[in-house]
Ligand binder design. Structure first.
Ligand code: F6R
Length: 592
């Protein structure tokens, strides 16, 4: 989490750098800071979101053509001005921004404090400028001082560092936290992620672990930790700056939901690539999905599909729990990692474990992210969702589902399933047709304190994902259940204060799920039912979201989730919450 940016330009850096760091706010938004170089280090920082800190202390009004900036998701130390980055050494000659966690900071801090260094924050990061200060006082230049410093750090870091002693450059370093270089006509950039630099350049170098970078206006050197120069490929990004803008919508989340019809088409165009990967597979005896959060819910749908279409034993394991299941891995198992960011620390840790024994496949949205690189998975499938800025995953979830359905269709050589996916793409303009109705419904339910979501089979994971969206952006407690499971306990909670969302597409499970909804209705709960327009049984239900197309229960997860995303979005807005920046959350979770 946290986002960092650095740039060396031929013009004042602050306006550009603040625009860039705003594009990384999805990584954390509890405090922000900037440092620039003139004949001294100039620092401005404060706690709160960038726009509020900027209004208060004018972050862009700061001289210097070289600068570094940071947007924070607190790990060590509360969100406060003192704990906001950048952090400096004792003499304010060195300034550092950091994304990651320094695991051995306590012992380093003790050692530095005993030597007389003065610390101003509770962060782990602050040991870094003080270590660099020590090495520069021994006579080393900035690059060599950073080299020695990072060799003493345990943990993860993406760093950008400036010093008044070498006022023409930024030194960067990467280990287990993402960092890229952007090359532009007006100078060069370091950033945690591509959206930060899209307005300035599309030419990018993706850095690997244990690399150091020396960045001046006209030159970029990438080195290993022994300072040997490394040849790196410059890649051209296809994402455009507009893709990371709101495009007239009130929030990124709403824009990203509206992107979904197009995303379905874009991701279906991956079909040939997916077929090629499937052709390389041997016969697996077992498939295991590994993921977190929303990506975990996409994986659960993968489990239902593989079990029913291919009959291969399949399970889904939370990435953070994966190490407890490693003994059963073998070379007959395919382990599939689902991650929109490709940077989730729990997922990357699980990948390392899985690769020791099994073949691995990543389904990922961010091109160049760690899971796609040489330390990443054996095979990579890209979802084609474009940059997703809203913290709650929406369009990336749908694109993950499309990839999973394509993967299973190709593995099963099931043309009928492939045709159904194509049909879906043709109907995409209808997908958002219920938005006004959802807006109305959300006004009624914004006062609820608990919600249940129920679905059966393929639509049980949809219930889980609908509930997660609600929790994340409305702060209302939402619980997803398999429809048949409610009677085994949770039914005791149902009364007329609890709205229940029932997912009821036509198909073999319809009858049983319908009965479960009746059981709930007869206990007084308000029902919001998602189903088919032709379902006459729903006449007596007040709040229903009905689909024109007779989409069956196997395909329903691809459409019904859009309505649940909109429901959570409009309840969030009705409650006055910013759905793009839910409290305590960040989009790219790079801590375990
Ligand atoms: C929820 C959400 C998170 C992520 C989870 C995994 O809306 O976005 O639950 O799904 O943090 O992230 P990725 O997919 O990047 O590995």
């Amino acid at each position: 989490m946290c986002g960092i940016v650095g740039c060396v330009l031929d013009k004042p850096a602050a306006p550009t750098i603040i625009e860039s760091i705003k594009k990384l706010e999805y990584r954390g938004y509890d405090s922000v800071g900037i440092a620039t170089l003139t004949d001294k280090i100039n620092v401005k920082k404060g706690s709160g979101q960038i726009k509020d800190v900027d209004n208060a202390i004018k972050l862009t009004e700061i001289d210097g053509n070289i600068g570094i900036a940071h947007t924070r998701w607190a790990t060590h130390g509360i969100p406060s001005k003192e704990n906001a980055h950048p952090h400096c050494d004792c003499e304010d000659k060195i300034s550092v921004v950091h994304n990651g966690i320094i695991e051995n900071f306590e012992e380093l801090k003790k050692e530095l404090t005993e030597e007389g260094h003065q610390f101003k924050s509770d962060t782990d990061t602050e040991v870094i400028p003080h270590l660099i200060e020590n090495y520069m006082k021994e006579g080393l230049n900035l690059l060599k001082a950073v080299q020695k410093t990072v060799k003493r750090l345990k943990g993860s870091y993406a760093l950008a560092i400036i010093s008044t002693d070498e006022p023409d450059k930024i030194i960067g370093a990467r280990n287990e936290s993402p960092l890229i270089v952007g090359l532009s006509e007006n100078g060069n950039f370091l950033a945690s992620d591509v959206p930060a630099i899209l307005k300035e350049t599309k030419r990018v170098i993706f850095l690997d672990d244990e690399e150091l970078i020396e960045l001046t206006k006209d030159d970029v050197k990438v080195m290993d930790l022994d300072l040997n120069i490394k040849e790196k490929t410059v890649e051209t990004i296809t994402w455009t700056a507009d893709m990371a803008e709101k495009g007239g919508y009130a929030h990124f989340m709403l824009k990203e939901i509206h992107d979904e019809p197009q995303i379905i088409k874009d991701t279906l165009s991956e079909s040939a690539n997916i077929k090629e990967i499937v052709n390389k597979f041997k016969k697996f005896k077992r498939i295991c999905f590994v993921a977190c959060g929303t990506s975990y819910h996409a994986s659960l749908i993968g489990e239902y599909l593989i079990e029913t279409e291919l009959g291969i034993p399949t399970e889904v394991i939370l990435a953070s729990e994966f190490e407890f299941f490693k003994k059963t891995l073998d070379d007959h198992t395919l382990v599939i990692f689902i991650t929109q960011s490709g940077e989730t620390a729990d997922t990357l840790k699980a990948l390392k474990i899985a690769k020791e024994k099994s073949e691995t496949l990543a389904i990922v949205n961010v091109v160049g992210s760690t899971i796609t690189r040489k330390e990443g998975a054996h095979h990579v499938i890209y979802t084609r969702a474009g940059p997703e800025i809203g913290v709650a995953a929406t369009k990336t979830y749908l694109s993950q589902l499309i990839c999973i359905y394509l993967l299973v269709a190709h593995m099963a050589e099931n043309d009928e399933l492939l045709n159904k996916l194509e049909d879906l793409s043709e109907q995409t303009e209808k997908l958002l047709s219920k938005e006004e109705q959802i807006k109305e419904i959300s006004k009624k339910y914004k006062y609820a304190s608990d919600f249940f979501y129920i679905g059966r089979g393929f639509n049980y994971p949809t219930a889980l994902e609908g509930a997660l969206k609600l929790k994340e952006i409305t702060y209302i407690h939402g619980e997803g259940y398999a429809a048949g499971e409610l009677k085994h306990g949770p039914l005791a909670l149902i009364d007329n204060n609890i709205p229940v969302v029932g997912i009821l597409p036509p198909g073999p499970s319809y009858g049983k799920t319908y009965s479960n909804l009746q059981e709930i209705k007869s206990r007084g709960a308000d029902l919001i039912v998602l189903g088919s327009k032709n379902d006459k049984n729903l006449n007596g239900i007040e709040d229903k979201l009905l689909f024109d197309n007779e989409i069956d229960e196997k395909m329903a997860p691809l459409l019904y989730i859009i309505d649940l995303q909109l429901l959570a979005y409009y309840i969030s807005v009705a409650k006055g919450i910013d759905p793009d920046k839910p409290r305590n959350l960040a989009k790219s979770v790079t801590v375990q």
